[in-house]
Ligand binder design. Structure first.
Ligand code: FMN
Ligand code: SF4
Length: 461
């Protein structure tokens, strides 16, 4: 199987990139085809968004192109806030040029007047790589008339949520707005809803929705190869419903945590072995979490194909293919507590049931985990799981509901053991899998997470 996203060696200059079979040829193909046929090609390829939801990319582009209004925008999502995920940073380190080329094609296809790229301010190396790649494209005369704005965003998880990313680009905190970007795009005002638009030049219109296309970094890296090699080539990899390759992250209880490009449809167990070198000798996989957005996958489900439909078939989701592996010595109560705490802290509080509910669920999980829990704690968690999504304006509350309820369902005996025998199988605590770096078989996790308070301030060290 070939790889087309992660090169064997990093590409560090535009000349090196233009010497590849894809470099520059993607933009050329798009110019030759024109916007409509470019969108058709992406639609026919079956490419699906790699940001987590798996939405068909061509359909999204066609929807934006079909919207009325004189201004459309492109937003590139490089927030990579999902725990257990490092693939966008790996891609920007290995080949930022292919992402920029996808950006140019996407902006051309939907008629975007400007592109904004949201990358966390703490990802200094990736911002530098992306900025350099854009400048080299401009110097090479490939996107002389395109405006690309790189926005260094906050560390909050919600920065990656598309409706919150638009707010950040407009200069506000990462609080998701109500309507999706295709209905309420960048710098569009809706005074009747109590919104203000950010300032954006003298000719800014305030009476149009400014439909905005939001795509993930990795999604865009697929675009030039598809246009250059063709949709049949793309569909020859992966599965019918999930064509192509995907960059997976494998961390947690594995021998060598890493990022790797695999063909969609590869079984999860084989993926953990191929990318993360498997679990330690004598150990077995107890559970795998694809980030914090989806139900747990148990060790009995390792045959599940890494594909959108494969994970859906077992009631879970592939997410952004960041897999956190727990071996048979891990405690699932502690894991549920940690991941629930992450979501509770990161919840923005605009929808009270989300903030209050995820906080309460976390408190009761902590009580059970520390050995003071009773059946009443389980009952209270159950009650909040029913209500936590009430009136929610983004998917975070649903993530809490899906994740915690799945662990309760899959590992009831571990909760019972904590409550009845006050016993826990765990010999050493696992880190919260929010990644700061991943290189040379070593994962570095964000220790500041434990000091972060529900109001997004930090306990002093
Ligand atoms: C709480 C939350 C956090 C998210 N974080 C990210 C992120 O860090 N990066 C990303 O690309 N998408 C993230 N998403 C998904 C985006 O909202 C959006 O669906 C995606 O950027 C669309 O791009 P795609 O169609 O190319 O996948 C997040 C969604 C939610 C609900
Ligand atoms: S669902 Fe939660 S995280 Fe999302 S907007 Fe509402 S309070 Fe904020």
């Amino acid at each position: 199987m070939g790889t087309y996203l992660l090169p064997a060696e990093p590409i560090t200059s535009i000349d090196q990139y233009l010497a590849t079979d894809v470099g520059g040829a993607g933009v050329e193909a798009a110019m030759r085809l024109g916007p409509a046929a470019t969108i058709d090609a992406i639609t026919e390829s079956g490419l699906r968004g790699r940001g987590g939801g798996g939405f068909p990319t061509g359909r999204k582009w066609a929807g934006i192109a079909a919207q009325t209004g004189s201004r459309r925008y492109l937003v590139v999502n490089g927030a990579e806030g999902e725990p257990g995920t490092f693939k966008d940073r790996a891609l920007l380190r290995a080949n930022p040029y292919q992402v920029v080329e996808g950006l140019i094609v996407a902006a051309f296809a939907v008629g975007a007047v400007e592109a904004y790229v949201g990358i966390k301010g703490s990802f200094e190396r990736e911002i530098e790589a992306f900025t350099r790649a854009v400048q080299e494209f401009q110097t090479a005369g490939i996107c002389t008339d395109c405006t690309v704005n790189i926005v260094a965003g906050p560390d909050e998880y919600l920065f990656g949520e598309e409706k919150a990313m638009l707010e950040v680009i407009e200069g506000k905190p990462p609080l998701p707005r109500w309507f999706p970007p295709y209905e309420h795009g960048l710098f569009a005002a809706s005074p009747q809803e109590g919104w203000e638009a950010g300032p954006h030049g003298p000719d800014r219109r305030t009476d149009e929705p400014n439909p905005t296309l939001v795509n993930n970094i990795e999604t865009l890296a697929n675009v030039a190869p598809i246009l250059v090699h063709g949709t049949d080539w793309f569909r020859s990899m992966g599965t019918a419903e999930s064509p192509g390759n995907v960059i997976v992250t494998v961390v947690g209880d594995v021998i060598a945590p890493d990022v790797g490009e695999i063909e969609l449809g590869t079984p999860l167990g084989a993926t953990i072995d191929a990318v993360g070198s498997g679990v330690a000798q004598g150990r077995s996989v107890k559970a795998v979490f694809s980030g914090v957005a989806n139900p747990v996958v148990t060790g009995a489900q390792l045959d599940t194909p890494v594909s959108y439909e494969g994970f859906a078939a077992i009631g879970s989701g592939m997410g952004s293919a960041g897999f956190v592996v727990y071996d048979d010595t891990a405690c699932m109560v502690d894991t549920a507590y940690q991941l629930s705490r992450f979501l509770a802290i990161e919840s923005c509080g605009q929808c009270p049931p989300c903030k209050l509910g995820s906080g309460e669920i976390t408190t009761h999980l902590e009580r059970i985990q520390t050995g003071v829990g009773t059946d009443d704690d389980i009952a209270r968690i159950g009650g909040w799981l029913e209500r936590v999504t009430d009136g929610s304006r983004c998917f975070l509350a649903t993530e809490e509901q899906r994740l915690v309820s799945s662990v309760l369902r899959a590992f009831p005996e571990e909760f019972a053991a904590h409550i009845e025998q006050r016993s826990c199988p765990q010999e050493r605590p696992r880190p919260m899998p929010k990644l700061v770096d991943l290189a040379d078989g070593r994962a570095t996790y964000d220790e500041t997470f434990w000091r972060k308070r529900p109001d997004w301030t930090y306990e002093p060290e």
